[in-house]
Design a protein around this ligand. Structure first.
Ligand code: NPW
Ligand code: ADP
Ligand code: K
Length: 507
C-alpha cells in the first residue's frame, strides 16, 4: 500500500472530485458520514460528545459529522474556532449553516474569547481542529486549547490526523502542541508520521476510513513510501520447482559468533536454513565448532584461525551471498578482519550487528562497503555509525541520505522496520510484534535476508520480503508463547511456517 505525502493526498482528493464529477462538499459528506458511523458504532447517544472544529475543511468534517450524529439522536456541544471572524473555508462555512437548525446541537462560534467547557474522562472529544492543511506548529490560543484537551483525560477521537501533527515530518514541533488522540480516524490512508515511535502517543489506535478515492489517481500519484502487507509478499513469493536441487536454492556464507556469543551464529544460521537457503556455511572461531554442530547440524562449519574471535575472513569458495556480523564481537583483530574483507570483497554483502559496530570503530570503512550491500542496524547500531538521533523521524531522514551517499540499502529495525533504498524508496514493514524485542531476533533476520537473496530474489526487493517473513514468523510464534515468553529460537523455527502460509501452491 502506498503511503502518500500530504501533497499527494490533496492530488488524489482533487482527482476523485474530478473523476466522479462531485463537489468537495460531497466528498466531505462521505468523510463525515464515515466519522459519524465510527462514533455511533462505539458510543450510545447518551454519551457526552464535545466537538471542536477548526476554520478549514477538517473543521467542516467535524460540523458535518455533528449534523449527522444529531440526526441519529446524539447530542453534542460544538465549538467552531473562527478567530476574529477571519475566514472559514467554503465547505466549513456551508456546514456551519447546515448545522444551525439541527436539534440536539449546542453550537458555539469562538470569535475572540473562549470559555472552555468542563471536560473529564467520561466525555468523548471529537477533534476536527486541523488536518492536512496545518501550515506551522500550533501556538498561542490553539496551543492552550490542545493542552487543555490533552489534560482533560477525555477520550479524544481525531478526524484524519491528530490536530497539530504534520503528516510527514514533525521535527521542531513542541509535543505539547499536538492532540493526543486515543483513536485517529484517518481518511483513506495512514500518514508517514504515524509510523514513528515518538508519535504513537498522539495517534493512538488508527482506523483507516475508506472514502472510495479514485483508484487511477491512487495508482498514478507517485510516492517514495510504501507499507508492506501480506498480499504484497504473497504475490512475490515463488513456489519451489519440484526438480530443484540445493544449489539452486543458493549458498550462504555467514561470518558470525565469538566466544560467549555463539548463540547469535546459531540463530542466524537457523534463520537462513528455515528460510530456504540450499547450503549454509558458518565461519566462526574454533570454539564455535561444538555448539554449532550440535545446535544446527544442518550447516557447515568453517574454522577461523583464532580460538575465540574471528581474525581471517577468507572466501575459499564462491557463495551466493555473504553476511557478516551476528555475535562477532569487536576486538581489534576482528575489526582488522572486517577491514581487510571490505577492501577486497567487491560483491554486495549483508552487514549486521558487530560488523556494523566494527565499522563504527573505524568509520573510514564506510567508504569501503561494496555498493548494493545491505546494512541492518537497530537504532543504537545506526546511531553508533551515523551520530546520535533523538527520534525515528531524524533517523529515517539520515538513513535516506546515507543510503544514497554510500549506495547501500539500510534496514532500520524497530516496531515498524523501514527498509531504505538508495533510490529514496522506503518500505515500511507491517508484520511483527513487541515479543520480538528479545535478544537474538535480529540475528535470525540476518539469516532470513541472506536466504532470500541466495535463492535469487533481487536483493532490493528480497530484503523487503525477508523482513516481512521474519515479522510474520514472530507473529506465528507469539500465538503460542505470548509476547513475554517469545524467544529468538521460536522466531527462527517459525520462519518455515511463515513462508509456507504465504507461498501460493502450484495449481
Ligand atoms: N480536500 C478534500 O476534498 C477533503 C478534505 N477533507 C478534510 O479536509 C482536511 C484538510 O482541510 P484543509 O486543507 O482546509 O486544512 P485544515 O487542516 O482544515 O486547516 C486549514 C485551516 O487551518 C488554518 N491553519 C493552518 N495552520 C494553522 C496554524 N498553525 N495556526 C492557526 N491556523 C492554522 C488555515 O489558515 P490559513 O493558512 O488559511 O490562514 C486554514 O483556515 C483534511 O485533513 C480532511 O479532514 C475531507 O473532508 C475529505 C475531502
Ligand atoms: N516492538 C517490536 N515490534 C516489532 N518488532 C520488533 C520489536 N522490537 C524488536 N523487533 C524486531 O526484532 C528484531 C530485533 O533486532 P535486534 O535489535 O538486532 O536484535 P538482536 O541484536 O538481539 O539480534 C528486529 O527485526 C526488530 O524489527
Ligand atoms: K484533526
Amino acid at each position: 500500500m502506498k503511503i502518500f505525502t500530504t501533497d499527494g493526498i490533496r492530488r488524489i482528493d482533487e482527482a476523485t472530485i474530478e473523476a466522479e464529477n462531485i463537489s468537495s462538499l460531497d466528498l466531505m459528506e462521505r468523510a463525515a458520514s464515515a466519522v459519524a458511523y465510527e462514533v455511533i458504532s462505539r458510543w450510545r447517544p447518551s454519551k457526552r460528545l464535545v466537538i471542536f472544529a477548526g476554520p478549514g475543511n477538517n473543521g467542516g468534517d467535524a460540523l458535518a459529522a455533528a449534523r449527522m450524529l444529531s440526526e441519529q439522536g446524539y447530542r453534542s456541544e460544538v465549538y467552531l474556532f473562527n478567530i476574529k471572524s477571519s475566514h472559514l473555508s467554503p465547505c466549513c462555512s456551508t456546514n456551519k449553516d447546515r448545522l444551525q437548525d439541527c436539534p440536539n446541537v449546542e453550537f458555539n462560534e469562538v470569535v475572540d474569547t473562549f470559555n472552555p467547557p468542563e471536560l473529564g474522562p467520561d466525555d468523548v472529544v471529537l477533534d476536527g481542529l486541523f488536518g492536512s492543511g496545518l501550515r506551522s506548529p500550533l501556538k498561542g490560543g490553539y496551543s492552550a486549547l490542545v493542552q487543555y484537551i490533552n489534560d482533560s483525560g477525555a477520550y479524544t477521537v481525531s478526524i484524519d490526523v491528530p490536530s497539530g501533527l504534520f503528516g510527514e515530518w514533525n521535527m521542531g514541533t513542541d509535543h505539547r502542541n499536538i492532540i493526543k488522540a486515543k483513536l485517529t480516524l484517518a481518511f483513506q490512508f495512514k500518514r508517514l508520521s504515524f509510523f514513528f515511535a515518538e508519535n504513537a502517543q498522539f495517534v493512538g489506535e488508527v482506523k483507516v476510513l475508506d472514502l472510495d478515492m479514485d483508484e487511477r489517481a491512487i495508482a498514478q500519484v507517485p510516492t517514495d513510501f510504501y507499507l508492506i502487507e501480506r498480499d504484497d509478499v504473497k504475490a512475490a513469493l515463488r513456489p519451489h520447482n519440484p526438480f530443484i536441487n540445493k544449489y539452486d536454492n543458493g549458498t550462504v556464507f555467514l561470518v558470525a559468533g565469538s566466544y560467549g556469543m555463539m548463540g547469535a551464529a546459531v540463530l542466524a544460521a537457523r534463520g537462513a536454513t528455515r528460510a530456504g537457503a540450499g547450503l549454509v556455511t558458518v565461519h566462526a572461531p574454533r570454539c564455535g565448532f561444538v555448539p554449532l554442530s550440535t545446535a544446527v547440524p544442518e550447516v557447515l562449519f568453517e574454522a577461523d584461525r583464532n580460538e575465540i574471535f574471528t581474525t581471517n575472513i577468507d572466501l575459499y569458495h564462491k557463495y551466493s551471498v555473504v553476511a557478516l556480523g551476528p555475535g562477532m564481537g569487536t576486538s581489534d583483530e576482528t575489526v582488522d578482519a572486517v577491514d581487510t574483507f571490505l577492501k577486497s570483497y567487491r560483491q554486495p554483502c549483508i552487514l549486521d550487528a558487530d560488523a556494523l559496530n566494527c565499522i563504527a570503530k573505524r568509520p573510514i570503512l564506510l567508504r569501503s562497503i561494496p555498493k548494493g550491500s545491505i546494512l541492518t542496524p537497530h537504532e543504537a547500531e545506526f546511531d553508533r555509525l551515523f551520530d546520535l538521533h533523538r527520534t525515528d523521524e531524524e533517523r529515517l531522514k539520515k538513513a535516506i541520505d546515507v543510503s544514497k551517499l554510500y549506495e547501500v540499502t539500510i534496514v532500520l529495525k524497530g516496531h515498524y522496520t523501514m527498509t531504505v533504498r538508495p533510490d529514496g524508496k522506503v518500505y515500511i514493514n507491517s508484520s511483527g510484534n513487541a515479543g520480538m524485542a528479545t535478544a537474538g531476533s535480529g540475528d535470525c533476520l540476518t539469516g532470513v535476508i541472506a536466504a532470500f537473496i541466495a535463492q535469487g530474489y533481487a536483493p532490493d526487493w528480497g530484503v523487503v520480503l525477508a523482513v516481512y517473513v521474519h515479522g510474520l514468523a514472530g507473529d506465528i510464534a507469539v500465538e503460542e508463547q505470548g509476547t513475554h515468553g517469545l524467544i529468538a529460537p521460536d522466531i527462527a523455527n517459525s520462519v518455515g511456517r511463515a513462508i509456507h502460509s504465504l507461498v501460493k501452491r502450484p495449481e
